[in-house]
Design a protein around this ligand. Structure first.
Ligand code: IVH
Length: 699
């Protein structure tokens, strides 16, 4: 009885899910859908014996932190040759026709997301893997299951028993805008574009977060052993019937003219699409022709991507604001007459620096070109001089801070101007506090940029050390904050006293000291006092620290007000010392070791941990004093060359583990151990079945 009801609910939810997310034509209300989902969740919770990894309830994800196993692709995931030129595209068409005679092409959109390969067995989703290096990718199945347009179970019954289908995970503009707005509110760094956001989300460690981000998935290639179809078009028609989201913006073209028509249509038409695209992919349709054309080492010879030029828009420059960052850096920001560009309305654009403005001779009142090329904020790339009104004045860059009026300075070798009034210039003070509470720094939850501003306005905080004097009662008095959130904030501030030293160092916001540099500094000097007392020369002994960074650190600690803040943070009980290193043996004492490439059994970080646990030193680059290199697959070519030149020994992962007597003594996490065991099995099995494209077995 219960089992039947569970089956019935799963079938119904899969059906309605498909109607809603693939066909965009829901048959029932959201309310009814949620009711059924809740009923199924309750039944599954009460009857774990009927659990199923492909139940529609997995769509909400889980908050278990996942490590991604590396999996080998049954068929390599190749890339496409790209071109921006119609002439080169014509050459491609001519070459194909020369080799296989008159043929058909399928034109389709080039989706701008991140590639995915889905494996189905007996109609059920078994695995989802990222492209990785084309040979091996990350197993992101748990995350993919939360993406509503990916079918967990296929419809119909004429699908191959085992096949892979490839496509793109996309983040629609609407999801992207919502996500970034939320991140801005929380003081988190923004995603530069929907592509990065899609890729970043797919690699999230908690599938429940993925479930909330509104990803979508479009499929565009079927791969499998001896598929019973004659052409790409035919396979896509079938895949659509099985419940996959296959683009309907595809066309069979029989001539260069038809291909050009498709391109010209979508060069403009794509601007109205709800998700990003960056070109058109042209594929030879018939599988027999594809086989005849074959592959180069990297890409099929039967397909090519024609990329659209970055979208540009022409609009009027109304005025220029000057923003002051947390380090005092001045960034000019253009206010524009609102204009549509790549799916969003653009009102502001960056102008970078004074030199660039002078170089382009940009003036307020000019008609300017704005372009989006990967950054969050579009940039101005040129001026339409032919439309300049006669008497507009050349642009003058400011020489005083727009906020506090302090004369600006230029540091040697830097194009930016800076406001040097670190202690009293409002945006710098606020910026430093917001940076300090960031997730990657002190991770103080519940305090966003707005609350920080409010606390500052009320005189409750002037610097980062003041956070540790805040009382719940002070916070609860603020508008929009109740007792509960006030308590949360205080608790979270309290918890930050345990945040490791490297993140405290990063949180200080010293100019040029990013997350990685802070880690190296903490690793090398081990304590705040040691960093503070180090001379610039000594600082440069730490990895990644050059003269510029060393000077900036020394300047920071030379400042009396910074030293006062540091002393208050010390009294507040923050971590000023690096955690004890795990120490297992001194087998590698005095050895300098480089880790390079990708590994089967251990992550690179784990290998580095092991080196240190056995007394060795991890080096980031190959040097004359390097003792040996633990070399995995795809080792960096520069490292390899240097190693050869210096005659440095390459050691395999297995050899290294042998040297230290196995990695069991140093207590790997159970997840790592399980992953290693699983990946050994998989590697052996996959090696036997794996095909190369040259064997022509893609279909
Ligand atoms: S076919 C063997 N079709 O572009 C090549 N790829 O630059 C199989 N892409 O890695 C890919 N839209 O992530 C194909 N309609 C489309 C595509 C598409 C986007 C991506 C894909 C691929 C990359 C190559």
């Amino acid at each position: 009885m219960v089992q039947e009801r569970i089956m019935e609910l799963r079938r119904a939810l899969n059906h309605h899910n498909y109607k809603y997310y693939v066909e965009n034509s829901p048959e029932i209300s959201d309310f009814e859908f949620d009711r059924m989902m809740r009923e199924l969740q309750d039944l599954e919770a009460a009857h774990p014996e009927y659990a199923d990894p492909n139940s529609p309830t997995v769509r909400v994800g889980s908050d278990i932190t996942a490590d991604f196993a590396s999996v080998e692709h049954r068929f390599p995931m190749l890339s496409l040759s790209n071109t921006y030129s119609i002439d080169e595209l014509r050459e491609f068409v001519e070459r194909v026709e020369r080799e296989v005679g008159e043929t058909e092409f399928v034109c389709e959109l080039k989706f701008d997301g991140t590639a995915i390969s889905l494996t189905y067995e007996d109609g059920r989703l078994m695995q989802a893997a990222t492209r990785g290096d084309g040979e091996r990718g990350d197993d992101v199945t748990a995350n993919a299951r939360t993406i509503r347009s990916i079918p967990l179970e296929l419809r119909g019954d004429d699908y191959p028993r085992l096949f892979e289908i490839r496509g793109e995970i996309l983040m629609p503009y609407a999801s992207f805008d919502r996500l970034n707005a939320e991140r801005e509110q929380n003081g988190e760094p923004l995603f530069a574009n929907p592509r990065n956001a899609a890729a970043g989300t797919l690699k999230q460690q908690q599938s429940s977060i993925v479930a909330k981000r509104g990803l979508d998935c479009t499929l565009y290639q079927l791969a499998g052993e001896s598929l019973p179809y004659e052409s790409h078009w035919e396979s896509m028609e079938h895949a659509r019937k099985w419940g996959f989201k296959i683009s309907d913006k595809m066309r069979i073209c029989r001539s260069m003219q038809e291909i050009e028509e498709f391109i010209n249509y979508w060069d403009t038409g794509r601007k109205a699409l709800p998700f990003p695209t960056d070109g058109v992919v042209i594929k030879v349709n018939r599988y027999s022709d594809q086989r005849a054309l074959g592959f180069t080492a990297k890409a099929p010879r039967w397909a090519v991507a024609y990329k659209f030029k970055a979208e540009q828009a022409l609009t009027k420059l109304l005025s220029v604001d000057f923003q002051v960052g947390r380090t005092g850096a001045i960034t000019p920001v253009a206010n524009l007459e609102p204009v549509q560009l790549a799916g969003t309305t653009v009102k502001r654009a960056t102008l970078h620096n004074a030199e660039q403005i002078a170089q382009l001779d940009i003036r307020v009142g000019d008609m300017v070109y704005v372009e989006k090329s990967g950054e969050i904020i579009p940039k101005i790339t040129g001026v339409e001089h032919s439309q300049r009104e006669r008497d507009i004045r050349p642009f003058e860059f400011i020489d005083k801070c727009p906020v506090c009026g302090t004369p600006l300075v230029r540091y040697e070798g830097e194009v930016k101007s800076y406001c040097p009034n670190q202690s009293h210039c409002r945006p710098q003070i606020l910026g430093r506090i917001i940076h300090f509470i960031r997730r990657k720094a002190m991770d103080i939850d519940g305090l966003g940029a707005e609350t920080v501003e409010l606390l500052f306005e009320r005189g409750l905080i002037r610097d980062i050390a003041d956070l540790y004097d805040l009382k719940a009662a002070d916070l609860a008095k603020l508008p929009r904050l109740g007792d509960k959130s006030a308590d949360n904030i205080v608790r979270s501030i309290d918890a930050s006293r345990k945040v490791p030293f490297n993140r405290v160092l990063f949180g200080l916001g010293i100019r040029f000291v990013g997350e990685t540099t802070a880690k190296y500094l903490a690793e090398h000097f081990r304590s705040m006092d040691a960093v503070m007392q180090a001379t610039p020369e000594e600082l440069m002994e730490s990895e990644e620290v050059g003269e510029k960074i060393a000077d900036s650190i020394a300047d920071y600690f030379a400042d009396e007000s910074n030293r006062t803040i540091i002393e208050r943070l010390r009294k507040a009980g923050l971590q000023f010392e690096a955690e004890e290193r795990e120490s297992v043996s001194d087998t590698l004492a005095g050895r300098n070791i480089v880790v390079s490439g990708t590994f089967r059994e251990h992550s690179r970080d784990r290998l580095k941990e092991l080196i240190e646990a056995h007394g060795g030193k991890v080096q980031s680059g190959v040097a004359a004093n390097t003792d040996f290199i633990i070399a995995g697959d795809k080792m960096g070519p520069t490292k390899l060359q240097k190693a050869k030149k210096l005659g440095i020994r390459l050691v395999s992962e297995e050899e290294f583990i042998g040297m230290i007597g196995g990695d069991s003594g140093s207590a790997p996490t159970s997840a790592t151990a399980a992953k290693s065991a699983a990946s050994t099995e998989r590697t052996a099995a996959d090696a036997a079945t794996k095909k190369t494209p040259e064997q022509g077995s893609l279909f």
